[in-house]
Design a protein around this ligand. Structure first.
Ligand SMILES: [Ca+2]
Length: 488
C-alpha cells in the first residue's frame, strides 16, 4: 500500500501538476494539488513516536520481549487509517485522472476532428477539382461522342443514299441488259430473215441470169430472122414508098381540086383545131382521125380523137392493140411520130411537148390484159419539156385502177430511144427493154416494149409493162395514152 502511494506521487510530479508539500515541524504533513482553477489540500496524520529510525523501534521490540500489543494495535489502526486515506486519495486521483483523460481524449478527438476536417476539406476541394476536371472531360467526351454520332449519322445517310443510287444503277443496268438481250434476239431474228432473203435473192438472181441468157438467145434468133427477112422488107418498103408517093400525088391532086372550096375555111381559122378537145367542143363527138394544127404554127398534123372515153375530147398520143407497128424506133422517129394514126402509132414528142406547153393537160392511160381485164391510170397534170431537155416528163395527181402506186416515175425522167440513152442506168434501158420511154433505171413501166402475142406474154421483161398492175414480166394486150386540157 505504501509503495503504491509513493508511485502515485511520482506520477503526479511527472505530469507536471502543481504539487507542494509543507512540513509543519515534524508532526504534520500538508499536501496541495493544483488542478485547473481548483487547489486541493491534503493533511496527512502525523506518525506518533516514530521520530526515530525504524531500526530503533525494531531493536526495542526485539529488546522488550514480551510484546507490547497495545502499541501494535495502535500502529495497525494508524496504518489502517492511512490506508483508507490513501485509498480515498487514490480514488480521487483516479477520478480526476479519468476526467483529465476524458478531457485529453476529447482534446485529442477535437484535434483529430479538426485535422480530419482539414483533411476532409482538402479532400473535398481536391474531389471538387477532380469532379470539375471529370465534368470537363465528360463534356469533351460528350462533345466528341455527339460529333462522332453526327458524323456517323451523316455517313449513314450518305451510305443510304449511295446504296439507293447503287440499287437504281443496278436496276437500270438490268433493264439495259434486258433491252440488250431483246435487241440481240431481234438482230439474230433479222439476221436469220436476212440470210433467208439473201438466199432467195441469190436464187432469183440465178433465175434472172438464166432468163437473160435465154433472152439473149431469143434476140439473136430474132436478129437472124430480121436479117433473113430484110430482103423481103426492102422489097415491101419499095412498094410502100411507091404507094406513099402515089397517095401523096393523089392528095396533092385532091387538094388542088378542092383548094378553091376549102382553102378559105382553113385559112380563116388556121389555129382553131389545136386538139381533140376543141374538135369535141365544136360538136364532133365521133371517135376517129382528125386534122389538127400545131399551136402557134400553121403546121398541120393528124391525130386520133377518142370522143367516148371519160367524157371524150382526148387526143391519143400512143395506141397499141395488135403489134403491127414496131416501136423499137430511133430518137428522131419518136420526135416526129410514127405508125398508123388510125391504128398503132406514136403521135410524136414534139407535138406532145407543144400541146402540153401551151396549156395544162391531163394524161389518161387505158390498159387491157390478155384476160380481158381493163384498168386505167390518170394524172391530173402532165407535160413534156422540149427536145433540149430530152422531152423530160412531168406528172402529178395520180389516180386510177391500174395499181395503187403509179408505174411512171412522178419525179420526172428524160426520154430515151434505142439510139439516145438518157436514163439513170449504167446500162441502156432502151436497148435492153426495147422501145423509147422515160426510163429511170430502168423503171417499173414501158408501154413501148415488144408486143407479145397471147400465150407468149408472160415471163417477158422487155414486153409492154405496167408493173403495179400486172407485174414486171407480164406483157399487156392493148394500151392507149391520151391527153386533154385540164380545164376541159
Ligand atoms: Ca443509161
Amino acid at each position: 500500500m505504501l509503495r503504491s502511494w509513493i508511485l502515485f506521487l511520482s506520477y503526479c510530479l511527472g505530469a507536471g501538476k502543481a504539487f507542494t508539500t509543507n512540513s509543519d515541524a515534524t508532526r504534520k504533513q500538508q499536501y496541495q494539488i493544483q488542478n485547473g482553477p481548483c487547489t486541493y489540500t491534503f493533511l496527512l496524520p502525523e506518525t506518533q513516536n516514530c521520530g526515530g529510525p525504524s531500526k530503533t523501534y525494531t531493536e526495542q521490540v526485539q529488546r522488550d520481549d514480551p510484546v507490547d500489543w497495545n502499541r501494535l494495535e495502535q500502529l495497525e489502526s494508524i496504518i489502517e487509517n492511512n490506508t483508507q486515506w490513501l485509498q480515498k486519495l487514490e480514488n480521487y486521483i483516479e477520478e480526476n485522472l479519468k476526467q483529465d483523460m476524458v478531457q485529453i481524449q476529447n482534446n485529442a478527438v477535437q484535434n483529430h476532428t479538426v485535422t480530419m476536417i482539414k483533411i476532409g476539406t482538402s479532400l473535398l476541394s481536391q474531389t471538387a477539382e477532380q469532379s470539375r476536371k471529370i465534368t470537363t472531360v465528360e463534356a469533351q467526351v460528350i462533345n466528341q461522342t455527339t460529333r462522332i454520332e453526327r458524323q456517323l449519322l451523316e455517313n449513314s445517310i450518305s451510305t443510304s443514299k449511295l446504296e439507293k443510287e447503287f440499287l437504281q444503277q443496278i436496276n437500270e443496268i438490268n433493264k439495259l441488259k434486258e433491252k440488250n438481250s431483246f435487241l440481240e434476239k431481234g438482230i439474230e431474228d433479222m439476221e436469220g430473215k436476212r440470210n433467208t432473203e439473201l438466199e432467195t435473192l441469190k436464187e432469183e438472181k440465178e433465175e434472172l441470169k438464166k432468163l437473160v441468157e435465154m433472152l439473149a438467145k431469143v434476140i439473136k434468133e430474132m436478129e437472124q430472122q430480121v436479117s433473113s427477112t430484110s430482103s423481103d422488107n426492102t422489097a415491101m418498103k419499095q412498094q410502100q414508098q411507091e404507094l406513099t408517093n402515089t397517095v401523096n400525088n393523089l392528095i396533092q391532086t385532091i387538094s388542088v381540086t378542092r383548094q378553091g372550096s376549102n382553102s378559105a375555111m382553113m385559112q380563116d381559122n388556121p389555129d382553131q383545131l389545136i386538139d381533140c378537145a376543141v374538135v369535141f367542143k365544136q360538136g364532133n363527138k365521133k371517135s376517129g382521125v382528125y386534122s389538127l394544127t400545131i399551136p402557134g404554127t400553121k403546121q398541120q398534123f393528124k391525130a386520133y380523137c377518142d370522143m367516148g372515153t371519160d367524157g371524150g375530147g382526148w387526143t391519143v398520143i400512143q395506141k397499141r392493140f395488135n403489134g403491127l407497128v414496131d416501136f423499137h424506133q430511133t430518137w428522131k422517129n419518136y420526135t416526129m411520130g410514127f405508125g398508123d394514126i388510125s391504128g398503132e402509132h406514136w403521135l410524136g414528142n414534139e407535138i406532145i411537148s407543144k400541146l402540153t406547153q401551151e396549156k395544162q393537160h391531163t394524161l389518161r392511160i387505158d390498159l387491157m390484159d390478155w384476160e380481158g381485164n381493163t384498168a386505167f391510170s390518170k394524172y391530173s397534170q402532165f407535160s413534156l419539156d422540149g427536145e433540149k431537155q430530152n422531152y423530160r416528163i412531168s406528172l402529178n395527181g395520180y389516180s386510177g385502177t391500174a395499181g395503187r402506186t403509179s408505174s411512171m416515175g412522178q419525179t420526172g425522167g428524160d426520154f430515151s430511144a434505142k439510139d439516145l440513152d438518157n436514163d439513170k442506168c449504167v446500162c441502156k434501158c432502151s436497148q435492153m427493154l426495147s422501145g423509147g420511154w422515160w426510163f429511170d433505171a430502168c423503171g417499173p413501166s414501158n408501154l413501148n416494149g415488144i408486143y407479145y402475142q397471147q400465150g407468149q406474154n408472160t415471163n417477158r421483161f422487155n414486153g409492154i409493162k405496167w408493173y403495179y398492175w400486172k407485174g414486171s414480166a407480164y406483157s399487156l394486150k392493148a394500151t392507149t395514152m391520151m391527153i386533154r386540157p385540164a380545164n376541159f
